[in-house]
Every structure is written in structure tokens, then in C-alpha cells.
Design a protein around this ligand. Structure first.
Ligand code: BG6
Length: 511
């Protein structure tokens, strides 16, 4: 567990941050989009905040031929918006190197090893290497195996090098079996304590705030259970389509791409028991325990509990957009879903019989990620004398993005008539209060990896339990030949999704 030093110690403003350990970051797939859009800008932001060690360097590895100076030029373009201090920018860029090679060729790894030795000497680094796989997942095993055989992950006695870490991006397998196999292959060369599986949702400030909100306040815990909560809705709606990722997405779909990881991850955080401490494994133990309590989808009742859809053509923000089936890389006979909604239950003492409604879709009316907790209505309305029989329920909304914040609705008397009530909303908005934009999730995740903190990274058992939960559905959809229902791009919802929740006398929150 890294030592976290309080930066500001005032009671009302407790901040703690730990700068990264001395290390070299080695990114495979460094010419790709992720490095340009997220990794380089995030590392630069950390550098600007003095959160990178002075003993730090970056090595990009890729198939393309590029010299250090050519690659530095690409990196400079990636951080162009933030440049305000040439000396600082040049100092950062001068720590960047590039090696090209073929991922299948052992010589590539020998070259990397020699280069790291040279750079470790130059920057005063003792074994601290973070290998980041930003390549298609089918290449993970090849790279990992070569890192192992070239002695980059373990020492001569085949013991894991404690300061060597591996970061991998989702998808971690495409079903339970492939996830187990991938984990086995990685574990041959890296110990679980060295593996950092990124689910970028966990790096979002507002997702992390779920933990602070629930466990740093005493007033919510007594009502956070089946006695007071009617139901919970978790929404990730996107207005974007699949962009240029047709090849990947058509083999994946919303259940694999969003539901198995981001959606279940948020459900776990909002529903889990209080962890013993803020230590990585205490939190991850509780998450996995919660996931294990989720009731497996009842396939006999699946049509009423799970709905899938696929966008057809439509309009978003006044722009015409094409149907999923017309997107590049999508097969003409594709049955891939771009929307999933599900009703799930958590079978434990806290949540038994409380429905969790989850929905995620692409090309929806707008981008919105939120968790809405609807409380039970008052058991009896004493205002029935005035004809007010039903009072609206209180709703607490954890707004993940955009307009990050927290909202609580309640009833209050309006001035004037004897019995006149309105639903009011208490609203806390991150932007207004803290006057700053939430940092990019990758900043948090990269820094945590550099300090050896695995809290926000997905553990092997978490990956396997969540695949186990969606597995029956994947099988069913594969075998029964059914098609997703169509919904027009720009829609807020559609008939099947509405029926799922209306059957219970409830409705989706507006987008
Ligand atoms: C990724 C998915 O994990 O998350 C994408 O692969 C999706 O399909 C993205 O668009 C959404 O992330 P965010 O941060 O924009 O909500």
C-alpha cells in the first residue's frame, strides 16, 4: 500500500495525492489513437502538476518506423492545447523515445531490454517499468509471453519483479472461457499484484465519488437498503455511434462493450457493503462479493428482464446519421446490439427484491451517465384531505457525466395556498463549486499505477464473475437467431425498453 500524504489538512478540505514512483513507461501500440488522445496528454498534465517523478521516461513501441524526434513531434501535436511553458514542454518531450519492431519477433524485445537498460542508467531507475498494452487484445498474449521470456517481467529465479507492472485495456476476453484463458496466459509471466486492468469508468472523478459520498457521510447509510429504496436506475446513454470501430464493435456489442464492465462496475460501487478500509483489496473484495450476489439472468423470463436494440437511421442535434447496419465494418447479416436494458436483482440482506434497472445505448438522444436512486414513497399521505393522495418519491441522482454533480429531489410547500406542494431539487454541481473541470480518467489511472495502487483496476475474479453473469445471455443470443429491435437514432427510448420497466409500474428517467 503506497504512503499517501495529506496535501491539505484542514478538516473541511482534506486532500491527499502521491507523486508517481521513479519509472519508465513503455507503451506498445504507441502510434495509435489512445496514446495520442489520452496517454500522452494525461502524462503531460501529470508532469505539469509535478506528479511525475524526476526519474521518469517514456518509450513508445510500435510497428511503424519512426525516430525519437519524429515520434516526439507527434507527441507535441497531441499536447498542443496545453503548451504554455516551452521549457517544461521540451523537458517532457525530451524524455520520450521510440523503438519500432515486430511484436512476434524476440529480437524486438531484446532491443527494448537494451534500451531500457540504457535509459534506466540515464534516469536513475531501478527496475521500475510499466508496460502498457495499447494494442488489439489478440496481441496481448504474444507481447506478454515475450516480456516474460526476455526477462522483463520476472527476475532470474522467475519471481515477479515487484516494480514491474502491466497495464491492459478492456476487453479482457470476450466471454468467461476466453477471459480465464487470457488470465492464465498473463499469469505465466506476471503476478496478479503486477497487473492493472483498466476500466476507464473507474478513473472518472464522479464514479470515484460514489465511494466518498456513501462512506464519508453518515446520513445515507441508514436509508441505503431495501427498507427505504424502491429501485435504482443506472444509465449510460451515448449520442455517438460506433465511430470508426465497426470491425471491433460488430463482434462485441453493447453487452460486452459496456454492460459487462462499466455498468456492472457502477452497480457494484453503488450497492456494495462498506469496505474495511480504502485499501485496494478491501474495496475490490466488496465489489466482487456484490457481483457474486447478483441473481443470474433468468432465461425463462429473459424477454421481460432483458431487452436489446440496434439503431436505425435518424437525426441527432439536427444532423442526419446512418443506421448501424450502414456503418463501415458492420456485416450485412449482423445481429449485434447497440442498446441493452436489463432488470437485475441483488440477492443479499441489503437489496433483496429491489430492482436495479440498467440501460446503455449508442446513438441516443444525448450523452448522459447517471445513477438514480428512487426512495419509497411516504407510507401514508396525511394531505389526502386536500386531495393529495400520492406524493412523488425522493430521488437522489449521482450525475456522472456531463454536468457532474449530485441532485436530490424533495417535496416542499409553495408559498400561497394552504396546501400547495412542489417538487424541489437540491443540486450540487462540480463545475460550479470547485470551478475546475474533472481531470481526465487516464491521469488518475496512470498515476495510481505509478504509485502501485490497484484500487481502481479490475481484479481477475471481478472480470470472471462479471463474464459469468452475462454468459447465459451471450449464449442465448448466439443460439436463438433472434435480432435486436430497431430504434431510431436520436431516440430517448423505444417500445421494448419501455415495456421492461412499465411492466413494474415504473418509467425510465428522461434523457
Ligand atoms: C468504451 C467503449 O469503453 O467506453 C465505447 O468501448 C464507449 O464504445 C466508451 O463509447 C464510453 O466512454 P465515455 O467515457 O465516453 O462514457
Amino acid at each position: 500500500m503506497p504512503q499517501i500524504k495529506p496535501l491539505i489538512g484542514k478538516q473541511e478540505n482534506i486532500c491527499a495525492e502521491t507523486p508517481g514512483d521513479a519509472c519508465g513507461i513503455i507503451v506498445f501500440g504507441a502510434s495509435g489513437d489512445l496514446a495520442k488522445r489520452k496517454l500522452i496528454p494525461s502524462l503531460f498534465a501529470l508532469f505539469q502538476q509535478n506528479l511525475l517523478s524526476d526519474n521518469f521516461y517514456f518509450v513508445g513501441c510500435g510497428r511503424k518506423n519512426a525516430s525519437d524526434s519524429e515520434y516526439r513531434k507527434t507527441c507535441k501535436e497531441a499536447i498542443v492545447d496545453d503548451i504554455n511553458n516551452d521549457k517544461q514542454t521540451n523537458d517532457f518531450l525530451n524524455r520520450i523515445y521510440f523503438i519500432s519492431g515486430d511484436y512476434n519477433d524476440p529480437l524486438f524485445y531484446t532491443n527494448i531490454k537494451n534500451k531500457l537498460k540504457e535509459l534506466d542508467n540515464k534516469y536513475g531507475i531501478d527496475e521500475g517499468h510499466i508496460f502498457y498494452l495499447s494494442v488489439p487484445p489478440q496481441i496481448y498474449p504474444t507481447i506478454v509471453q515475450n516480456l516474460g521470456s526476455s526477462g522483463l517481467s520476472c527476475n532470474q529465479n522467475n519471481e515477479p519483479k515487484q516494480k514491474v507492472r502491466l497495464i491492459i485495456e478492456k476487453p479482457f476476453g470476450r466471454d468467461l472461457q476466453s477471459a480465464i484463458e487470457l488470465n492464465k496466459k498473463i499469469h505465466k509471466c506476471f503476478d496478479e499484484s503486477q497487473i492493472y486492468r483498466i476500466d476507464h469508468y473507474l478513473g472518472k472523478e464522479t464514479v470515484q465519488n460514489i465511494l466518498m459520498f456513501r462512506f464519508a457521510n453518515a446520513i445515507f447509510e441508514p436509508v441505503w437498503n431495501l427498507r427505504y429504496i424502491d429501485h435504482i436506475q443506472i444509465t449510460i446513454a451515448e449520442s455517438l455511434g460506433i465511430e470508426h470501430r465497426g470491425g471491433y464493435y460488430d463482434k462485441s456489442g453493447a453487452l460486452r462493450d459496456m454492460f459487462q464492465n462499466h455498468m456492472l462496475g457502477m452497480l457494484a460501487l453503488v450497492a456494495m457493503e462498506p469496505p474495511a478500509s480504502f485499501q485496494a483489496d478491501h474495496i475490490r473484495d466488496e465489489k466482487v462479493k456484490l457481483l457474486r450476489s447478483i441473481r443470474l439472468v433468468d432465461l425463462d423470463a429473459w424477454s421481460t428482464n432483458i431487452v436489446r436494440g440496434r439503431y436505425s437511421g435518424g437525426e441527432i442535434d439536427g444532423q442526419k446519421v446512418c443506421a448501424y447496419k450502414e456503418e463501415e465494418g458492420v456485416k450485412p447479416d449482423s445481429k449485434t446490439e447497440t442498446y441493452v436494458a436489463a432488470k437485475m436483482y441483488v440477492d443479499n440482506w441489503r437489496w433483496k427484491s429491489v430492482p436495479f434497472y440498467l440501460r446503455t445505448g449508442k446513438r441516443m438522444k444525448r450523452k448522459l451517465t447517471e445513477i438514480a436512486i428512487t426512495f419509497k414513497k411516504v407510507p401514508h399521505s396525511m394531505f389526502n384531505l386536500f386531495g393529495i393522495d400520492e406524493l412523488p418519491a425522493n430521488v437522489l441522482v449521482l450525475k456522472i457525466q456531463p454536468n457532474e454533480g449530485i441532485e436530490l429531489s424533495f417535496q416542499a410547500k409553495r408559498p400561497g395556498s394552504k396546501a400547495c406542494m412542489s417538487t424541489l431539487t437540491m443540486n450540487f454541481n462540480y463545475g460550479d463549486i470547485f470551478g475546475t473541470k474533472a481531470p481526465e480518467a487516464y491521469q488518475r489511472l496512470l498515476l495510481d499505477c505509478m504509485t502501485g495502487d490497484q484500487t481502481l483496476f479490475t481484479r481477475q475474479d471481478d472480470v470472471e464473475v462479471s463474464w459469468g453473469l452475462v454468459e447465459p445471455l451471450l449464449e442465448k443470443w448466439k443460439n436463438d437467431g433472434s435480432e435486436p429491435s430497431e430504434y431510431p437514432s436520436g431516440a430517448e427510448s423505444f417500445a421494448d425498453a419501455d415495456t421492461l420497466i412499465k411492466n413494474d409500474g415504473r418509467s425510465w428517467r428522461p434523457l
